[in-house]
Design a protein around this ligand. Structure first.
Ligand code: SAH
Length: 394
């Protein structure tokens, strides 16, 4: 196994169990590892630090996966890691919910592997060359542990590009999922299209937040912005919302949302769907004198990296300002950011600017975070990406 020595003083992060070793930290690579090879990482003074996946194309040269030198990284190691991750999600799955994230990359000690369960199908994202190398083993372990109908590769994420991997989108094992697969979350049925849907097909990270938000929507007039397939809209309807308006720029999202309304037999008269840019639509509502009791803002990632932070902050601020202006006095704004680069304190600051600009007094009445199937390792704060605030706007 190739050994890698870090520069003097560069061992601290690895000792603190942070899973990334940046290329600038490498002093010496003893040999010629291929991308995806498991390598042994040492401090400058020769102390063993961890095992990790090497990648010569990536800014993150080694992704650490095991800190115990006695462990052998073989099939049974993968089996243990996968079984542990799957077992820790058992309490999420029940009669009401048959979809969740089973494996969440670094948080589950499998850097670059994401596994989502959609009823009887599994959708994988393989985002590191290390995991790519053992893909067949992983498929075999998942197949025997979970007995799914099919395992699908949905690795079309930009992250693959950083590792020099091609985009994959296809069947790995078993049968293809139907064009519209039925899954259940919080007792609500969704049609999801694994092959064409966004991300891995469904945003299961908002499961708990949808339910929490819905508990405030009985008899309320709700606006669900960036609705995708209707997570917040459907939970609100299930909880007796008076009306729901759902806005998304994607035609596929709006189509799927409409199917989901029918699938759950909700009253279609209560629902308005608008395929439009949210910023434009919010301005149009303001111009028309529209207002709402509850507004959800769940935009895509505005800050893909720290360098995009300033621009993203302005976009979040503007969006939140527009949302606040459309609320009835005392109305609720559920506002989210899924940008890892925007931490909760920064997000609060941005929302405070929005409130000042909107001339509104705002109370935080609840904070939202990512659910248990997207754990955050205490040593890896980069894994904490989803945050939100429930605001009362006075
Ligand atoms: N709230 C959703 C998830 C939102 S994901 C849920 O609970 O499932 C973000 C969504 O924003 C995507 O569906 C994407 O199509 C949509 N989107 C991105 N940019 C947009 C824009 N400028 N205007 C409207 N929708 C947008």
């Amino acid at each position: 196994m190739v050994e890698i020595i870090l520069k003097r003083g560069k061992e601290k992060a690895a000792i603190q169990r942070h899973p990334w070793v940046f290329s600038g930290a490498l002093e010496k690579v003893k040999g010629k590892p291929n991308d995806g090879d498991v390598v042994k990482v040492f401090a400058f003074d020769g102390e063993f630090l961890a095992y990790g996946y090497f990648n010569g194309n990536s800014r993150v040269a080694v992704r650490l996966l095991e800190w115990n030198e006695d462990q052998i990284i073989d099939q049974s190691w993968y089996q243990n890691r996968l079984k542990q991750a799957i077992a820790s999600r058992a309490f999420i799955l029940n009669d009401e919910t048959n979809t969740c994230r089973l494996v969440f990359s670094e948080a589950d000690f499998l850097p670059g592997l994401i596994v989502d369960k959609y009823a009887d199908f599994l959708s994988l994202q393989i985002l590191s060359s290390g995991i790519e190398r053992v893909k067949n083993d992983i498929v075999e372990i998942l197949r025997s542990a979970l007995n799914p109908k099919g395992i699908f590769d949905k690795s079309d994420a930009t992250a693959r590009g950083h590792e020099g991997l091609h985009i994959e989108n296809g069947l790995l094992w078993g049968e293809n999922p139907p064009e519209f697969l039925e899954v259940k979350e919080n007792g609500i049925i969704y049609h999801i299209n694994i092959a064409e849907g966004q991300k891995s097909g469904f945003y299961c990270d908002q499961r708990d937040n949808r339910k929490i938000l819905a508990s405030y929507t009985k008899d309320k007039k709700v606006l669900d912005c960036f609705s995708y397939s209707g997570g917040f809209s459907l939970n609100s309807l299930a909880n007796g919302a008076k009306s729901v308006t759902s806005v998304d720029s994607s035609a596929l999202a709006i189509d799927t949302l409409k199917q989901n309304i029918e699938l759950n037999k909700f009253d279609t008269n209560k629902v308005t769907t608008i395929q439009s840019d949210v910023n434009k639509q919010l301005r149009a509502f303001a111009a028309a004198g529209e207002s709402f009791d509850v507004i959800v803002l769940d935009p895509p990632k505005y800050a893909p990296s720290r360098s995009a932070l300033d621009r993203a902050a302005r976009a979040y601020k503007d969006l939140n300002r527009l949302g606040m202006l459309l609320l009835e006095k005392g109305g609720l704004l559920a506002t989210f950011s899924c940008s890892g680069a925007v931490d909760i304190e920064t997000f609060k600051q941005i929302v405070a600017w929005a409130a000042l600009d909107a001339g509104k007094e705002v109370q935080i009445i609840k904070q939202f975070c990512q659910p248990e199937d997207h754990p955050v390792r205490i040593s890896f704060s980069e894994g904490e990406y989803l945050k939100g605030l429930l605001l009362r706007v006075l």
